[in-house]
Design a protein around this ligand. Structure first.
Ligand SMILES: CCCCCCCCCCCCCCCCCCCCCCCCCC(=O)SCCNC(=O)CCNC(=O)[C@H](O)C(C)(C)COP(=O)(O)OP(=O)(O)OC[C@H]1O[C@@H](n2cnc3c(N)ncnc32)[C@H](O)[C@@H]1OP(=O)(O)O
Ligand SMILES: NC(=O)C1=CN([C@@H]2O[C@H](COP(=O)(O)OP(=O)(O)OC[C@H]3O[C@@H](n4cnc5c(N)ncnc54)[C@H](OP(=O)(O)O)[C@@H]3O)[C@@H](O)[C@H]2O)C=CC1
Length: 515
């Protein structure tokens, strides 16, 4: 029997961010491997017109939870959705709910965060720093607490190139930042944001670093661990390969490339693509929860959940495999044929943005206008280019993360636990993983039917013909204009025509002779 699975049986577990990408996979694995756990409390807010209960119902009835229902038929009874908003004081949790959480919780997994790169500093601080502080305060009042696991990011110190499993101090104390957010107005915050984030690229990585410092400072005598995953991608194996349900990280770009919107990206093909499957992150997280509770390390341990130093893949290989998969399994109703490329130079990147992104969008909008429809492609393209520009920082650099703690933990697991909670990325076959990722994007994210593949291929053929026709027409128009203006072009044209004429006459004469 797996020791980790046995540990969670009978436990009351609190998860924040359970409605997010990682949180859902974490819950799924917990229910599947430890069906006798007592209860999972999840802090949920109503969203998009859905109550907290409706949101939970939707998650439990999704494809991701199909296997869980076989192993744990009473899963609905074991999940307790607690109304909470992490942006508010005491998370707006009712007194009764708070009492129950404080008195019953054994293990806390803190996954909630704002992962938007362009979030306003005030909001990013509120969620990634202040809420973490409040949750720690809550945790410190839990008499039965055995472990508190905080999910951070491997990029919290992306201003460094070699990153160890330690906490790096920030120049300004988190408490000072939290305090200042209370009285500074938005305009001043906007002004000081670049100075505060320094050589980090965005408010996300900065506030995640502050969050880690808060965890370090407020740990008291709790058993705490921090996990730093790199770029979290679709599932590798569990509950099935390729599951993904949001556009973050590479997923949005994979779609943009598959639909033919994205034709070029400023990226370094040889830079390490430090992707990590979400099920690998979850397996490590559960193993860390067990280890922290049972072995009670003296200090807060940090675990890097990265792939680069154990099994590196680069963006070139990844991009190539993404496009190769779209050859076999195209997306439906593509705008253009998937044919993206990497550029490393800013000027060529701007050139391709003008020629391959903006120009086709303008032409398409012109066509929409002509046919009496509302133009929209320029807007879509501008948004895409803005999003791509925010990701560029991460695809033009490589980082080295040390993984001593993660490897130490691996060696502490029994063979059974190493199998059930596998987080050894050395076993990952990248080409197979990326192919499944692309298929997963098509099936689970875009909800496209595999039966539509022949039609999608037919559509791509039509797009290819339109492309050839368009290029030929463009060439003829350009040539015609050139002939009208340049004597040299006229001479070349005369030479070509007379050459063709002579060749045809010769051909006709020789065939007549044979007869
Ligand atoms: C040799 C051959 C070569 C071939 C070459 C081939 C090449 C081709 C192959 C291509 C692949 C290979 C290259 C891959 C490179 C990958 C790089 C990845 C680096 C990632 C690094 C991450 C490192 C850090 C890791 C971490 O630690 S953090 C986790 C990662 N964090 C992020 O990844 C957030 C980023 N994003 C944002 O920060 C915001 O997205 C923002 C960007 C501000 C936009 O913001 P905005 O423009 O406002 O657009 P949205 O609000 O996003 O929404 C717009 C609409 O989509 C909707 N929608 C937004 N979201 C979601 C969601 N979830 N789920 C569902 N829907 C959503 C929303 O409803 C709205 O719909 P609508 O309302 O319009 O109807
Ligand atoms: N995805 C990635 O590539 C990586 C993620 N990480 C870290 O992993 C963790 C999980 O990320 P991921 O699952 O991808 O992120 P998601 O954006 O998918 O999920 C974020 C979760 O936080 C919740 N949340 C946000 N704001 C609030 C709020 N005010 N009150 C209550 N809940 C809130 C969201 O709830 P709701 O559904 O209501 O919005 C959601 O459940 C984060 O800490 C992130 O920093 C680290 C490295 C990479």
């Amino acid at each position: 029997m797996s020791m980790i699975a046995a540990f969670y049986n009978g436990k009351s577990i609190l998860i924040t961010g359970a409605t997010g990408f990682m949180g859902k996979v974490l819950m799924e694995k917990l229910f599947r491997t430890s069906p006798d756990l007592k209860v999972i409390y999840i802090l949920v807010r109503p969203k998009a017109g859905q109550t907290t209960q409706q949101r939970v119902f939707q998650i439990l009835n999704s494809k991701l939870f199909e296997k869980v229902k076989e192993v744990c038929p009473n899963v609905h009874e074991k999940i307790r959705a607690v109304y909470a908003d992490l942006n508010q004081n005491d998370f707006a949790i009712s007194k009764e709910d708070m009492q129950e959480l404080l008195s019953c919780t054994n293990v806390v997994f803190h996954c909630a965060a704002t992962v938007r790169f362009d979030d306003h500093l005030r909001h990013a601080v509120q969620l990634n720093v202040t809420a973490t502080q409040q949750l720690l305060l809550m945790a410190s009042q839990m008499p039965k607490l055995e472990a508190f696991i905080h999910i951070s990011t491997a990029f919290s110190n992306c201003n460094l190139t070699h990153i160890d499993e330690v906490i790096y101090p920030c120049p300004v104390e988190p408490k000072q930042i939290i305090d200042s957010m209370e009285w500074l107005d938005d305009a001043i915050i906007d002004e000081i944001t670049p100075k505060l984030i320094g050589d980090r690229p965005n408010t996300y990585t900065y506030t995640k670093a502050l969050g880690e410092m808060v965890v370090h400072q407020e740990s008291g005598n709790m058993n705490i661990a921090i996990i730093r995953p790199s770029i979290v991608g679709a599932t590798w194996q569990e509950p099935f390969p390729g599951w993904v349900d949001n556009l973050n990280g590479p997923s949005g770009l994979i779609i943009a490339a598959g639909k033919g919107f994205l034709r070029s990206i400023r990226a370094t093909p040889m830079a390490v693509a430090d992707l990590i499957p979400v099920d690998t992150v979850v397996n490590l997280t559960l193993a860390v929860g067990w280890y922290t509770a049972v072995h009670r390390p003296k200090s807060t341990l940090i675990y890097h959940c990265t792939s680069g130093n154990l099994n590196p893949c680069n963006w070139g290989k990844m991009g190539f495999q993404v496009l190769a998969t779209f050859e076999k399994v195209p997306l439906e109703r593509a705008f253009r044929r998937p044919n993206a490329d990497f550029t490393t130079n800013t000027i060529t990147s701007q050139y391709w943005n003008a020629v391959s992104h903006r120009a086709p969008a303008i032409i398409y909008d012109f066509y929409l206008r002509l046919t009496g429809r509302k133009p929209r492609m320029t807007k879509v393209m501008n948004r895409l280019l803005r999003n791509v520009s925010m990701l560029e920082y991460f695809v033009n650099r490589s980082w080295e993360w040390s993984t001593y703690n993660t490897e130490m933990l691996m060696s502490e697991l029994s063979p059974e636990d190493q199998r059930v909670f596998n987080f050894d990325v050395r076993q990952l076959n990248w080409l197979e993983y990326i192919e499944n990722y692309v298929l997963g994007v098509k099936k689970y994210l875009l909800k496209e039917d595999m039966a539509g593949i022949p039609e999608a291929k037919q559509h791509l053929k039509r797009l290819r013909n339109i492309h050839y026709l368009f290029n030929t027409a463009l060439f003829l128009i350009a040539w015609r204009l050139l002939i009208a203006r340049s004597q040299m072009a006229r001479n070349v044209w005369f030479f070509i025509v007379s050459f063709c004429y002579k060749f045809l006459s010769y051909f006709r004469a020789s065939s007549t002779l044979k007869v």
